[in-house]
Ligand binder design. Structure first.
Ligand code: HSE
Length: 429
């Protein structure tokens, strides 16, 4: 069967998708049974030099060429960001095309609107490439684990951050050098701030949690902190204490509702997730029947992402995407669930303060922690000259998140403390 395709955008991922569709046509036909015909590529500027060689008739700057072409069945949105991606995606659905998108930002913010438009048009929205790059995590959550009441999803879902943290730890690279390398390898977003401040991970968590729990999840429900405030010394102290730092996206269900958060986290170095390195992603999903399952693979980069985009194109082409989309409540008939505030979550914490090494400092700090009901498990301070500012690391026993937040605010107001306390939650196996 022949399926006509149009790409919207031809950046890093678009180029890889176009290349694979043209250069690997036979392999794709042999494996999927589908003949995938690239008909149009929508770009802003036709004259720009492109890394991929395609017949010049494919380039267009006019989206109406695509909507009006009855031979186009599937539109693949790879522009990224909110606009014009949202307007074009809605127009594609209204024109009766299936939509494939890798745009996690768009789905996290306007997913409900896109899904409603797709239902109305009796078409599908496919988004395997939006989370976890090449890892078929959307397929796992919607199909493989459909028999499960899912209790928890924990993911390393940003390749750029994981690459930076790995390089800083293993090769002692600086944060800036590691970020520049991640950008050069095509892992980072057009604006890498979205990677390092945790926003990209939160977009992906919104998508994963909605599927896992069949819940209406808004991106604004997620509490987010990124890796941009971390320093080499935090990773070093972590190593001294047997921990590895990862940016985790966490969604949990309890009797009180669901909790959603993204933050740097210390993991025991023996845990599986602690050993996910470089631009690789891993997502752990725990269900009542399956128990814990873990999915691992390349989470960023042009070809791994193109692999997932093409899997979606094949599903749309075969007709399975439309059946699953119309049939699964997890996608289109989600429940409202209460959100448990992060303040109520319990965890151990690493706190690094920059403290003046004079008599009484410890007394002030332990006093504030004590008032908030936070018990200290360990303290690390290396010897220095008296009267200097020194790093002081405190590990807490399990404490309420909000109590630690309030204590840190008070500690940072002490005259003997310089700058802001660095806080990293610790997740036990
Ligand atoms: N910027 C993203 C990352 C790309 O680094 O993981 C994949 O979504």
């Amino acid at each position: 069967m022949k399926t006509g395709l149009a790409l919207l955008g031809c950046g890093t991922v678009g180029t890889a998708v176009a290349e694979m569709l043209l250069a690997e046509k036979e392999l794709l036909q042999e494996r999927s049974g589908q003949s995938l015909e690239l008909k149009h590529i929508l770009v802003r500027n036709r004259r720009r030099k492109r890394a991929v060689k395609v017949p010049s008739r494919l380039w267009t700057t006019n989206p109406s060429d695509i909507w009006a072409d009855p031979t186009v069945d599937v539109v693949v949105e790879l522009i990224g960001g909110l606009e014009p991606a949202r307007t074009l995606a809605l127009a594609a659905l209204r024109a009766g095309k299936h939509l494939v998108t890798a745009n996690k930002h768009l789905l996290a913010v306007h997913g409900a609107e896109l899904f409603a438009a797709a239902m109305k048009a009796r078409r599908a929205v496919c988004f395997e490439a939006s989370c976890g790059g090449a890892i078929p995590i959307i397929m796992a959550l919607t199909r493989g684990l459909v028999a499960n009441d899912i209790q928890r999803v924990i993911g390393i879902v940003n390749g750029t951050c994981n690459y930076i943290l790995t390089e800083m730890s293993a090769s002692q690279r600086t944060y800036a050098d590691a970020l520049a390398e991640a950008q050069a390898a095509g892992y980072a977003e057009a604006d890498p701030t979205l990677d390092v401040n945790g926003t990209d991970s939160a977009h992906k968590l919104a998508i994963l949690a909605a599927l896992a729990f069949g819940a209406k999840v808004s991106f604004s429900h997620i509490e987010v902190s990124g890796i941009h405030g971390l320093q080499d010394q935090d990773l070093k102290y972590g190593r001294e204490l047997g921990y590895v730092c990862k940016l985790l996206a966490i969604a949990e269900k309890s009797d009180h509702g669901i909790s959603l958060r993204v933050h740097p986290t210390f993991l025991d170095q023996k845990q599986l997730l602690a050993n996910v390195n470089g631009a690789f992603n891993a997502i752990s999903v725990s269900g009542h029947a399956a128990g814990q399952t873990i999915y691992y693979g390349r989470g960023a980069g042009p070809r791994p992402t193109a692999s997932a985009v093409i899997a979606d194109i094949v599903e749309a082409s075969m007709g399975t995407a439309a059946m699953v989309f119309a049939g699964l409540p997890l996608l289109t008939r989600r429940k409202s669930m209460p959100i448990v505030p992060t303040r109520d979550i319990l965890s151990r914490n690493y706190l690094r303060m920059t403290a003046l090494d004079v008599p009484g400092v410890m007394h002030h700090i332990t006093g504030i922690l004590g008032q908030q009901g936070i018990s200290i498990a360990a303290v690390v301070q290396h010897e220095s000259s008296v009267g200097q500012y020194v790093p002081l690391v405190v590990i807490t026993h399990e404490a309420r998140d909000g109590a630690v937040t309030d204590a840190v605010k008070k500690i940072d107001r002490l005259r003997c403390i310089r700058g802001h306390t660095v806080r990293i939650r610790i997740m036990e196996p």
